[in-house]
Write a new protein. Sequence first.
Length: 85
Amino acid sequence: MIVIIALVLVVMLMLMLVLMLILMLILMLILMLVLMLMQVLVFGEIVAPRLISVSRECLFCKSVKTWKKTLIYVLSSYGGARLLL
């Protein structure tokens, strides 16, 4: 009897964790959309293509040091909010 109750509690905890993860993902997506909209409103364009061009340059990086520099540049230019995403 106690084993059944314990199993039910574990299953319920797992379901709660999964639901919380799904909610977190949805909130992250909403936050990303809000950031994109704010970029459009503030800058008049989406600044995201800059990240694609930087990653394309990384394919031709000659050493790991320059790749790390570009990574740090991308992280610093996109700020703390992008770091969380």
